[in-house]
Ligand binder design. Structure first.
Ligand SMILES: NC(=O)C1=CN([C@@H]2O[C@H](COP(=O)(O)OP(=O)(O)OC[C@H]3O[C@@H](n4cnc5c(N)ncnc54)[C@H](O)[C@@H]3O)[C@@H](O)[C@H]2O)C=CC1
Ligand SMILES: O=C(O)C(=O)COP(=O)(O)O
Length: 528
């Protein structure tokens, strides 16, 4: 039974869902990185929010880990490149807390406009400072969105309802989507110059880190108010402090900080500053949403192989998974065969599907082929990290889909480009869903790809099979199945032999096989 660790505070429904779906679950929150490192090796799944930092050191110790689930949106606390290289799926819940977070941004905007927290504190201190807390109206003001994805769009919708003008800087926002949202797409500089309020809704990446730095803040309108319910690193905190102190920025409402938990921060105490402790996603509704969703997604993956909302792997529904399973076996087998026969000569690979296979999602089939192919170079490769390893090695990967049906009702073909030309292997599924190899480098065969095998290319001439049988028999190698095909139609050309054997053939025996007259190539193969 897969074992899952919930390492951050999460609605208890998450643990129930894991148990109901066939997973064992431990809830241990508030651990130090050292403590987490000690125990992470026991788990197949790790469910987190933003507090747990999934660093390369943690991942190094996570020897059994298959999936990390983020009950929320931002995944900057998870080292995705390392997780990917280690074959660990990373998934999040991209919509569960977006309304809640957008509402928090709107609440922060109101709080800034009317200085609600400051007015509340002063009133409760008995000061009744009515004239000190003169506010500004939101109606007709310009709201500048930096990032107009899920949360940014919801903020825009709400702000338009408040009769604000909404402008957005988001390089990935299409003009059509901007029209649909009723907002104006602008450059970052234009946004900085025009906005009365600026709200940030981008992920924290190398491109967005410090997007509001001293230089950007200097371009803003005097009296601008800034809201950050996305990530602390998006704003240069020292520059913001200066801008608040100089009065250029009239107010800032921050839910997130460069260092969290932010028990100390140079900004604290600055006039015009409003803070909340990363509460963007903290409503009971959002927390139920993300807890249920992350547990369902993770259990689905661990128990049934379904992949939803993964950031480093193509999606695969639990309904699709059983249908794709025999194809994955076939694709892995073909990739393994090509990898073992062609080794480091591989420069590129084309994965073609035809017939019934062409009706399926091709991404998982491609990932399975690559995982087989890359086994020649890495012992830790799987479907998650194979596409990344392939990219790292500069392999040119192509996917081709043929709608027509050929000789087989379904076919997967793996064509590998080497400096000696393109070589391909192909396989089909038999009626019972059993994968079968049907072609190897232009020779028609019909073989299972399991256990230990021998691949031999020889000159097609009488007596060869007898001599091969004798050589293997003398070495005590028992032949299970025997598949023979001719590369050339006429006798005397090349033939290919694929033997399944009961035990692995050792080097000296391979050498003896090589000495049989007519043998051109011999390779021992092994399929998991
Ligand atoms: N305070 C809190 O508790 C919460 C914070 N968040 C944060 O909010 C962020 C945004 O969430 P969603 O809207 O759901 O994500 P999303 O992926 O739907 O939208 C992000 C948008 O940022 C845009 N973007 C990316 N790079 C950009 C750049 N260099 N400049 C301008 N725009 C850029 C993207 O094109 C996309 O439209 C999350 O990444 C997370 O860090 C999310 C939930 C709760
Ligand atoms: O979903 C997100 O990106 C958040 O920032 C929410 O963080 P949290 O789960 O409240 O620690």
């Amino acid at each position: 039974m897969p074992k899952v660790l919930i390492s951050d505070k999460m609605n208890p429904k998450a643990a129930d869902i894991f148990r109901d779906n066939g997973c064992e679950v431990d809830v241990i929150t508030g651990q130090t990185p050292e403590e987490l490192k000690e125990i992470i090796g026991n788990y197949d799944g790790l469910a987190v929010r933003s507090a747990t930092k999934v660093t390369p050191e943690i991942l190094e110790a996570a020897t059994n880990l298959k999936v990390i689930g983020r009950a929320g949106i931002g995944v900057d606390n998870i080292d995705i490149p390392t997780a990917s290289t280690k074959g660990v799926v990373v998934m999040n819940t991209p919509f569960g807390n977006s309304i809640t977070t957008a509402e928090h941004a709107i609440a922060m905007m109101f709080a800034l406009a009317r200085q609600l927290p400051q007015a509340d504190a002063s009133t409760q201190e008995g000061k009744w400072e009515k004239s000190k807390f003169m506010g500004v109206e939101l109606t007709s003001k310009t709201l500048g969105l930096i990032g107009a994805g899920n949360i940014g769009s919801i903020v825009a919708e709400r702000a338009l309802g408040l009769k604000m003008k909404v402008i957005a800087y988001d390089p990935f926002l299409t003009p059509e989507r901007a029209v649909e949202l009723g907002i104006e797409k602008v450059t970052l500089d234009e946004l900085l110059e025009r906005a009365d309020f600026i709200t940030l809704h981008t992920p924290l990446t190398d491109q967005t880190r410090g997007i509001l730095n001293a230089e950007a803040l200097a371009k803003t309108k005097k009296g601008v108010r800034i809201i950050n319910c996305a990530r602390g690193g998006l704003i240069d905190e020292a520059a913001l402090k200066e801008a608040l102190e100089s009065g250029h920025v009239a107010g800032a409402a921050l839910d997130v900080f460069a260092e969290e938990p932010a028990k100390e921060n140079p900004l604290f105490g600055t006039e015009g500053l409003i803070c909340t402790p990363h509460l963007g996603a903290s409503t009971s509704e959002a927390q139920v949403n993300v807890a249920l969703q992350v547990a369902e997604q993770m259990a689905d993956y661990l128990v049934k192989g379904g992949v939803t909302n993964a950031l480093n792997m193509p999606s695969l529904s639990a309904e699709q998974a059983p249908k794709l399973k025999p194809y994955m076996e076939l694709a892995t087998g073909l990739g393994t065969l090509a990898g073992q026969l062609l080794g480091d000569k591989v420069q590129g690979v084309s994965i073609e599907v035809e017939g019934a296979a062409a009706e399926l999602d091709q991404k998982p089939i491609t990932a399975a082929v690559l995982s087989g192919l890359m086994r020649a170079y890495s012992s830790t490769v799987n479907m998650v990290n194979a596409p990344f390893l392939a990219k790292d090695r500069g392999l040119d990967v192509r996917e081709v889909r043929h709608d027509r049906e050929g000789d087989y009702h379904t076919l997967v073909r793996v064509s590998v480009t080497t400096d000696e030309g393109v070589k391909s292997v192909a396989g089909t599924l038999f009626g019972n869903g059993r994968p079968r190899l049907v072609e190897i480098f232009g020779v028609t065969v019909e073989a299972d790809l399991t256990g230990d095998m021998l691949y031999i290319v020889n000159r097609d001439e009488p007596g060869f099979i007898g001599r091969l049988g004798t050589t293997l028999g003398e070495a005590n190698v028992n032949i299970g199945t025997f598949h023979l095909g001719r590369r050339d139609a006429a006798p005397g050309g090349d033939a290919a032999l694929l033997l399944s054997i009961d035990n692995r053939v050792e080097e000296p025996v391979l050498w003896n096989v090589c000495q049989i007259p007519g043998v051109k190539e011999v390779k021992a193969l092994s399929f998991g």
